[in-house]
Design a binder for this molecule. Structure first.
Ligand code: FES
Ligand code: FES
Length: 160
């Protein structure tokens, strides 16, 4: 059955006709062509499909698109500001925290949610906060370093 839904994606209202059973991941990638959000396991185990809903990380492969109505959805395409990479994105590049890149969008969105709720995370806080995001390439050390560096840069930018 088709349904018309309104989604707030990266600050833009998008009205779409969708099949009711379509996941947010499918709608983002296949209908909106926002292919930065990755499909890994499609079973809620890898975190590659992570996006933010009202600032909280959600797994878009386990979320029906209809459930995302009324929430502010942020995908990796919404992280940069007027062409300027978000400090977390820049830190991932600077610290070599990307290899194949498949996990990176989900990692960055989870890191953003973590730093929004805990601007000065300890090493353990970072590890705990990123628990649901798997990476097959990097061994995680550089990812953790990048998130700590981004936290320091954001604190500097805030003047705290
Ligand atoms: S694709 Fe959603 S958790 Fe793996
Ligand atoms: S960089 Fe390849 S899965 Fe993380």
């Amino acid at each position: 059955m088709k349904q018309t839904i309104d989604l707030d994606i990266n600050g833009e209202n998008r009205q779409l006709q969708i099949d009711c059973h379509r996941t947010l991941l499918q709608v983002l990638r296949d209908q909106l062509r926002l292919t930065g959000t990755k499909e890994g396991c499609d079973t809620g185990n890898c975190g590659a499909c992570t996006v933010l809903a009202d600032g909280k990380p959600i797994l878009s492969c386990l979320t029906l698109a209809v459930e995302a109505q009324g929430k502010k959805i942020v995908t990796i395409e919404g992280m940069a500001n007027h062409g300027q990479l978000h400090p977390i994105q820049q830190a991932f590049i600077d610290h070599g925290a990307i290899q194949c890149g498949y996990c990176t969008p989900g990692m960055i969105l989870s890191a953003r949610a973590l730093l929004d709720r805990n601007p000065r995370p300890s090493l353990q806080d970072v590890k705990d906060g990123m628990y649901g995001n798997l990476c097959r390439c990097t061994g995680y050390t550089r990812i953790v370093q990048a998130i700590q560096a981004a936290a320091a840069k954001l604190a500097q930018d805030r003047g705290t």
